[in-house]
Design a protein around this ligand. Structure first.
Ligand SMILES: *Cc1c(COP(=O)(O)O)cnc(C)c1O
Length: 398
């Protein structure tokens, strides 16, 4: 367990990002799909983990490229000096073509407007912009149906300044036990790919199919030429049936410190709405982290944190900036003790799947919801090597 540097000031809440776990997960996933290339998906600030530090760790561990959701996320990586290919997965409006070219991003294209705008700019600059044509196969989000996708790819091929790098699609139900719809989506992609034999890269698999479907070499992999891994890079599975045997390691821990300990008499209440009332002489610990840090309000009276290696229930509602723990059954709690809201302490662990279940959501939303005001502390070999904060987003030495 690392400790928050002093310069962060009086409010001790921080996320520890284990870069060794990022490397471990990336290598494990890559081994399942090689020789396919691996896009490390670092959208949404790397699912809350810190985009620049995670991108560097994933590339060092062998990732071939990165993927983000939007142009500004790609710009952040370029500003940090990252030179690897960056796929932009979301819808990029034609008005952002300039930024795509300037930062050498590789947008997903789902229509002719962006393609025409990119070509005009790229030609004027003597640049070549790689684009990924997104095929609609059943997700109903951003892709274009096969005939239109083939026409779009042919058009882009004919335009100067563009290179159709890839044809891709995204699975809707790859995390479910029933794989029939995934197979159907795959067949649509394979059919369109046969009509575009000159497109060198085809990709469709995210974490779910990389974990669920058999490994490379088995003949039934969906890896094709490349995969795009997000949640598994951060140590979680899209669903319980997704590679339960794969040794993924959770990357993020969210910790704080006990600010104050108080005794409560039976009948005393805690928090908004008085939803927690002491039934016995109780000890409570105040922790300065709340829903504005991403610790969801619906965890009130539901979740546990870990203090001194023991689970302590959250007493009452989660406030914006504070929670209260019932530490009556945890001996010896004093101000300054670390409170682990997500992660391991001693033999106990609270993981993002547990919090997600209690909050009625998925691990993705718990992790991506860790807010920008929470400092990130990047660990290697258990030691803090870098930090990033709200006011200093690019990692710097710890
Ligand atoms: C977010 C995203 C991914 C990564 O998905 P995971 O389930 O987190 O691995 C892959 N492809 C696309 C198109 C995405 O939007």
């Amino acid at each position: 367990m690392a400790f928050a540097p002093r310069q962060w000031g009086a409010r001790p809440v921080w996320a520890e990002i284990d870069l060794d776990a990022v490397a471990h997960n990336l290598k494990l996933l890559a081994a399942r799909v090689r020789p396919a290339r691996v896009y490390a998906v670092v959208k949404a600030n790397a699912y809350g983990h810190g985009a620049v530090a995670v991108a560097r760790a994933a590339l060092d561990a062998g990732a071939d490229a990165l993927a983000v959701a939007a142009v500004d996320e790609g710009e952040e990586l370029r500003r940090a000096g990252i030179a690897a290919p960056i796929l932009v997965l979301g819808h990029t409006p034609a008005s952002d073509a300039e930024r795509v070219v300037a930062h050498r991003l590789e947008p997903a294209v789902g229509g002719p407007e962006l393609v025409e705008a990119l070509s005009a700019l790229a030609r004027a600059r003597g640049a070549e912009v790689p684009v990924h044509v997104e095929l609609e196969t059943g997700f109903g989000r951003h892709g274009v149906p096969p005939d239109a996708a083939v026409a779009l790819a042919e058009r882009a091929r004919a335009l100067p300044g563009l290179r159709v790098k890839a044809l891709f699609t995204h699975f809707a139900t790859a995390d479910e036990d029933e794989q029939e719809f995934t197979d159907r989506q795959f067949e649509v992609l394979a059919g369109a790919a046969r009509r575009l034999p000159w497109v060198g890269e085809r990709h469709c698999s995210a974490s779910a199919s990389v974990l669920r479907r058999p490994c490379a070499g088995s003949g039934t992999t969906l890896a094709l030429d490349a995969v795009r891994v997000g949640i598994s890079l951060y140590g979680y599975r899209p669903g319980p049936g997704c590679g339960p045997d794969v040794d993924l390691r959770p990357v993020l821990s969210l910790r704080s410190r006990v600010a104050r300990v108080a005794e409560l008499a039976p009948g005393a209440s805690v928090g908004y709405g008085r939803t927690w009332v002491a039934r016995r002489p109780s000890r409570i610990a105040l922790v300065m982290a709340g829903y504005a840090d991403g610790y969801r309000r619906s965890l009130g009276n539901q979740a546990h944190a870990i203090v001194r290696g023991r689970r302590a229930p959250v007493a009452g509602r989660v406030s914006m900036d504070m929670i209260v723990l019932d530490v009556t059954d945890v001996p010896g709690v004093v101000p300054g003790d670390v409170a682990t809201l997500l992660g391991a302490d001693g033999a106990e662990r609270v993981d993002a799947d547990e919090l997600a279940r209690l909050a009625g959501t998925i691990s993705y939303e718990i992790l991506a919801g860790i807010s920008a005001r929470v400092p990130r502390l990047y660990l290697r070999g258990g030691e803090a090597v870098e930090t990033s904060t709200l006011n200093q987003r690019e990692p710097r030495p710890a």
